[in-house]
Design a protein around this ligand. Structure first.
Ligand SMILES: *Cc1c(COP(=O)(O)O)cnc(C)c1O
Length: 387
């Protein structure tokens, strides 16, 4: 029996044909398909600009650089995230700190943020960048964060790696209605994939221009931003220090083809969420909260074990699930408890909500191709295993 994974890609014949077409074309990188992919993601989200890059980690890095994050600055994010949301701050030589999560949404808590900001203002140590993470595909409560950020010189970068296709207060995630920039990931486990891939959306032209430079060595071929007249058609200028974070045309073709199907992908995920609610009704677990203000893209389906009713250890539960063919997963080990971050001075006990959550969380299979029968099987196995 093959394992039922927690997530996987769904690739169609059209996706394959789109990639093959690129292979037969003149451009394998820096061509027209990337521009088209950017244009369509921006239009889908309702943002003015989009910049495609090699992965979301690179997207977070250049978004931080575009925000001016550097030595002596501080970045805040959620401890309940993939390490990349915090590492991007360290790439910029900035300090990283965390804001504990909300007990209901598992997103960065606006109340904890307000309290931490009040302290930071008193000490004159307001962070430069805040990265709220739309955990499991459900938007963070962005409005209070944005209103507070506007009172300070604080740039908000949404880590929407889980959340393309979701919305918040009738605005699509990525519209940057309540932020400066939004980052998406197109890794195979996410909502749509380009193999590896990432994107930054923004409505600010100044950030857009910086992002374009940072993506490709800091080099420009646009005469209007050059420091001198081009002395020939070969001429280009490096204006700042950038990276090679470019996406290939192959990746863009796959991403673009996947984007055309995003609404049906999310529809299916929504259907699976509804079904889990019925199938897991009598299991002593807490089902994920569905915020009516934030339609989730349903990247992850995370349940919490009721430890007053379940005596088995979580490790034993994971082992038994695996023995029966269900490869559950755990999102996330609180970032501040990673050995690397503990060496920076963090420790267990620093962010108790994220730590409490970690003791109880299980990500069950959630992806487009999960069949009804497989889902029933997963629910039945879960029922037996926690008994
Ligand atoms: C997947 C993920 C990333 C990193 O995405 P890559 O495209 O793999 O670099 C960053 N943040 C979160 C929350 C993620 O889930």
């Amino acid at each position: 029996m093959s394992l039922i994974p927690y997530a996987r890609q769904h690739i169609t014949e059209e996706d394959i044909a789109a990639v093959v077409n690129v292979l037969k074309s003149d451009w394998l990188t820096q061509g027209p398909v990337i521009e088209q992919f950017e244009k369509e993601v921006a239009a889908y989200c309702g943002a003015k600009y989009a910049v495609a890059v090699s992965n979301a980690t690179a997207a977070l890095h250049i978004a931080c650089l575009a925000a001016g994050l550097g030595k002596g600055d501080t970045l805040w994010t959620s401890p309940n995230t993939f390490v990349a949301s915090a590492n991007c701050g360290l790439y910029c030589q900035a300090k990283v700190d965390f804001v504990d999560i909300d007990r209901q949404t598992y997103n960065l808590s606006p109340a904890a943020f307000q309290a931490k900001m009040a302290e930071a203002v008193k000490k004159n140590k307001v962070p430069k960048v805040l990265i709220p993470v739309h955990f499991s595909g459900q938007s963070c409560d962005m409005k209070p964060l944005w209103e507070e950020a506007k009172k300070h010189d604080l740039t908000i970068i949404e880590d929407a790696s889980h959340a393309i296709g979701g919305s918040y207060r009738q605005h699509k995630v990525g519209s940057c209605r309540y932020s400066d920039m939004t980052v998406f990931s197109f890794h195979p486990v996410k909502i749509i994939t380009s193999g590896e891939g990432g994107m930054v959306t923004t409505n600010r032209e100044d950030l857009y221009k910086k992002l374009l430079l940072l993506r490709s060595h800091g080099i420009t071929r646009a005469p209007e931003v050059m420091t001198q007249e081009p002395d020939g058609p070969w001429y280009y200028e490096q204006l700042i220090l950038g990276w090679n974070y470019r996406m290939t045309e192959l990746q863009a073709a796959l991403g673009l083809s996947q984007l055309a199907k995003i609404d049906s992908f999310i529809e299916r995920r929504r259907y699976l969420v509804k079904r889990y609610e019925t199938l897991l009704k009598d299991v002593p677990v807490m089902l994920p909260f569905q915020n009516p203000e934030a339609a989730s893209a349903h990247h992850l389906y995370v349940i919490r074990l009721d430890r007053t009713k379940i005596t088995k250890s979580k490790a034993a539960i994971f082992e038994e699930l695996k023995k029966r063919g269900v490869a559950a997963n755990l999102h996330y080990i609180p970032v501040h408890t990673q050995p690397y971050y503990r060496r920076l001075g963090f420790d267990w006990g620093d962010f108790p909500e994220a730590e409490e959550y970690y003791l109880e969380a299980v990500s069950l299979p959630m992806y487009y191709g999960l069949t009804d029968q497989e889902q029933e099987y997963v629910a039945n196995v879960m029922k037996e295993v926690v008994r």
